[in-house]
Design a protein around this ligand. Structure first.
Ligand code: PLP
Length: 423
């Protein structure tokens, strides 16, 4: 067996494959590695902006970027510039987005256990929406809202549709920590409670059925249930959540943000949703995943009886998804991107864990060796944002590229950064 040479479909939109290098945003990955070191996250600004613009066009105003997928000041500003609201789920995310200069009126606050201090801060600065998750939160909000600090909210409901990668199921139990159950009547009661409160405007409902979803059927089912539920309520907003899948490996293909928006629009019309109701969404992965790649340097190649282990200078601290979810990735040798990938190796990191695997079976050219520069595409989502300092490994730098230029947006962590918390 062997695998094709580099798969441009997995690379950012501006990628150019040369015989001995790959350019993104007109910038050489080999030069970036030499200048900034590895591991390194590289994001294509054109791809980021294009996906943001596509999301804005695909949904009504209020569509948001789910910042947990990748957040730094530059990303928050970019998404805001392109017309997206920003979803946050913690005080830390809210703080960063506000520091970045995004107006509070464009921020949506999520979370299944928002701290009293987080709710207070959100009301104080006047966020666009708080997405109310549970009755304890309603009780907490009741003590915090005032004429000066009114609440604009959605309620998060569980429509009983659980999307899996290639199919969806209706769950009778709605066994989840998120939101108000529709079937139990909790969602109905939450609406009544919020409507009885002064200084509260309940705009509508929100649901999020899962992540890395390839099939539109789950979203269509979700829309139908939500539209039926809110019939006659006079709401002005319905948010279908995030979850649109992206292709990570050869053979996968995903729907575009445009196709997703179209499927949702068709479903809302078919279900008879009032055209005055804004239909919004909150993609994360679909905005940032394909825009980002990670560069690693090979440091050790160890054949054992069963296979060859190839170790790079990063691992589960910069990409925990393979360990957490068994996610697949592809790897390419930057200096020989057109070479046939004839050798399979297990691409592993440098952490003290046998489970520290980046790619279980990675196909690389036979010439890839110690010192080779490896690129793993589609690492823009849930890589840096889930990065850890496990083994006290400093987190990589993040570079944005575009128009032939590179700029550092997050510098590489240092040992001094790691030492700063010692009391
Ligand atoms: C994680 C999350 C998203 C984004 O999910 P993606 O799969 O990255 O699109 C959107 N909404 C909510 C409520 C989430 O928890």
């Amino acid at each position: 067996m062997s695998a094709e040479s580099i798969l441009t479909a997995l690379l950012p939109d501006t990628a150019e494959v040369l015989d001995d290098d790959v350019l993104i945003g007109g910038v050489s990955l080999r030069h970036l590695a030499a200048r900034y070191g590895t591991p390194l996250f590289v994001y294509d600004e054109v791809t980021l902006r294009a996906r943001c613009a596509e999301a804005v066009a695909a949904f009504d105003d209020g569509v948001a970027f789910a910042s947990k997928s990748f957040l730094c000041g530059e990303m928050a500003r970019l998404a805001h510039d392109e017309g997206l609201c920003i979803d946050v789920a913690t005080g830390g995310e809210l703080d960063l987005v506000l520091r970045a200069g995004v107006p509070a009126s464009r921020v949506i606050v999520h979370g299944n256990n928002k701290l009293p201090s987080e709710l207070e801060h959100a009301l104080e600065v006047g966020v666009h929406r708080i997405v109310v998750d549970n009755f304890d939160e309603i009780a907490r909000l009741a003590t915090l809202v005032s004429p000066e600090q009114p609440l604009d909210c959605l309620i998060r409901v569980t429509p009983g549709v659980e999307a899996h990668t290639h199919e969806f199921v209706r769950t009778g139990q709605e066994d989840t920590k998120f939101g108000f159950s529709l079937v139990s009547g909790d969602a109905r009661r939450a609406i009544d409670e919020l409507r009885a409160m002064a200084h509260v405007t309940l705009h509508g409902v929100h649901a999020h059925i899962g992540s890395q979803i390839f099939e539109m059927a789950g979203f269509e089912e979700e829309v139908k249930i939500l539209v039926d539920f809110i019939a006659g309520e006079g709401f002005d907003e319905l948010c279908v959540g995030g979850g649109l899948g992206v292709a990570y490996v050869a053979g996968e293909s995903s729907k575009s943000l445009t196709q997703w928006g179209e499927a949702v629009r068709v479903a809302t019309r078919a279900a008879g949703l009032d055209v005055a109701v804004r239909v919004t969404a909150e993609p994360g992965r679909a905005i940032v995943a394909q825009a980002g790649v990670t560069l690693y340097t090979v440091g050790a190649v160890k054949p054992v009886t069963q296979r060859t282990y190839m170790a790079v200078d990063g691992g589960m601290s910069d990409n925990p998804r393979p360990v957490l979810y068994g996610s697949g990735y592809e790897a390419f040798d930057v200096a020989t991107p057109r070479a046939a990938r004839t050798r399979s190796v297990r691409l592993v990191g440098r952490h003290c864990e046998s489970g520290d695997v980046l790619i279980d079976t990675a196909w690389l050219p036979a010439t890839t060796a110690v010192g080779s520069l490896i690129v793993t595409p589609v690492t823009g989502a849930y890589g840096y944002s889930m990065a850890s300092n496990y083994n006290r490994v400093p987190r990589p730098a993040v570079i944005f590229v575009g128009g032939g230029a590179a700029r550092l947006v997050l510098r590489r962590e240092t040992f001094d950064d790691l030492a700063r918390l010692e009391a």
